[in-house]
Write a protein that binds this ligand. Structure first.
Ligand code: FAD
Length: 400
């Protein structure tokens, strides 16, 4: 059911709302407008209508007492086949920091099958309390049951902040939960802080194509929800001596009609795991074509690293998108990042600037990449990369 209501008696059929709708959800049928399921209830059309024929259902506004009753910081712990994803522990590090700043508790939400050990791990990473929903139906991630359980828990326990990793599943889940709870969601954050005056969560993320950093707040709804990019924050060290409370919840699953079922997982061959790579050798437009990635691959192989790329190389079709590093690609945090034939545009740097050591190989001594590199080599990558490969081969011998 679309959210927008149209008073057909008042509608003059002027079409002003059609132009105002960012989702193309309003169409002219005869001499009146109609709204489709595309309507998100954003309200962009409501004030445009000269006849005041459009309205949205009133949402109950929360009072300041309501808002104050939300307390605590929550983190969703993502797991795949019984193993927690590294991004969740990065979120726990941030969750702990924010909870301490707000002088409140940190809760981890673990959903899965045979996931007790993940709940225990969550405590070592800083959780004061863990909600554990352990059920065969939760073995594989599916939006509806996961979002239903988390929304139910939020309604009951009222956290003020809820953080999820910006993985594919985290993005999907966060959007569903925020929609169900009718609260705000800031996606893909790269910075989180508590405003010292208001106590609100300041959620920072790149905006307008990375040209500005926007800091977003959610003053009127709770919880304040965000997803955070992988590898932006360090993974905290686990403390095996920490103690926390684990609360098992028994979700009523298995009776409702199933809208989707996971039939199988087919792993992509040669899957690239840039986010966890300790060493990355990346190629940019300077490699000149798909064959130009061969020396890059050989160096990565000798070092036991992964192959990355700039967006220019990906857009040119020289290498698949899965290799792209940067603002619209992966964020990486390797020990060693070797940028070959990459100029160092801000959008590329956004994805690799936290690498421990950056080496740049570029024939232009003025290339901006040298401004962030720990070591720079000015010259032709087709001479330098094979020479480095030979040297590493000799020095590492049979160790790789
Ligand atoms: C909204 C938005 C999002 C974006 N997201 C990303 C992103 O996620 N990742 C990303 O990378 N970019 C991204 N970009 C694009 C970014 O702005 C740059 O255009 C891109 O990073 C440039 O790629 P490059 O360095 O490979 O190419 P270029 O800027 O063309 O640089 C090529 C470099 O290779 C050097 N070179 C050439 N031949 C050789 C040789 N034989 N030996 C050594 N050096 C050589 C040149 O001196 C030059 O410095 C984004 C842009 C926008 C607007």
């Amino acid at each position: 059911m679309p959210l927008l209501k149209i008073d057909k008696d008042e509608c003059a059929g002027c079409g002003a709302c059609i132009d105002a709708c960012p989702f193309g959800a309003i169409v002219m049928v005869g001499d009146k407008v109609e709204v489709s399921e595309q309507c998100t209830g954003c309200g962009a059309c409501v004030d445009i209508c000269p006849m005041a024929a459009l309205s949205l259902p009133e949402r109950a506004q929360e009072t300041s007492e309501d808002l104050a009753s939300y307390q605590g910081v929550w983190v969703w712990i993502e797991q795949f086949r019984g193993e927690a994803r590294g991004i969740s522990w990065e979120m726990m590090g941030q969750g702990r920091r924010l909870a301490d700043a707000r002088r409140t508790s940190l809760t981890a939400c673990v959903l899965g099958r045979n996931a007790r050990q993940i709940a225990d791990e969550a405590v070592t990473f800083g959780a004061d309390r863990v909600f554990l929903a352990d059920h065969p139906e939760l073995a594989e991630y599916r939006t509806a049951p996961y979002a239903g359980i988390l929304s139910g828990l939020v309604r009951r326990y009222r956290p003020e902040i809820f953080i999820l990793g910006a993985s594919s599943r985290g993005r999907d889940l966060a959007g569903s939960v925020a929609t169900e709870l009718y609260t705000g969601l800031t996606a893909d954050c790269t910075g989180l802080d508590i405003d010292p005056d208001s106590g609100l969560l300041r959620q920072t993320r790149p905006a307008f194509g990375g040209n500005i950093m926007a800091t977003i707040i959610c003053p009127n709804r709770r919880p304040q929800m965000c997803t955070v990019r992988h590898r932006v924050f360090e993974t905290p060290a686990p403390d095996p001596d920490r103690r926390g409370q684990i609360i098992e919840i028994n979700p009523a699953l298995g009776k409702e009609p199933i809208a989707s079922r996971v039939v199988d997982f087919i792993m992509e061959e040669g899957e690239v795991n840039l986010a966890d790579a300790r060493i990355i050798v990346s190629g940019g437009r300077g490699v000149g074509g798909p064959e130009g990635f061969e020396p890059i691959r050989r160096l990565a192989e000798v070092l036991g690293g992964a192959v990355g790329a700039s967006r220019s190389a990906v857009d040119a079709g020289w290498i698949p998108y899965a290799h792209q590093v940067g603002q619209t690609g992966r964020t990486v945090r390797p020990d060693l990042y070797i940028a070959c034939g990459i100029s160092g545009a801000i959008q590329h740097l956004a994805g690799m600037i936290t690498a421990r050591i950056i080496v740049a190989i570029n024939k232009n001594p003025e290339a901006p990449i040298f401004g962030v590199a720990d070591y720079g080599i000015v010259g032709d990558l087709f001479e330098i990369v094979p020479a480095l490969t030979e040297q590493f081969k000799k020095r590492l011998g049979g160790k790789r």
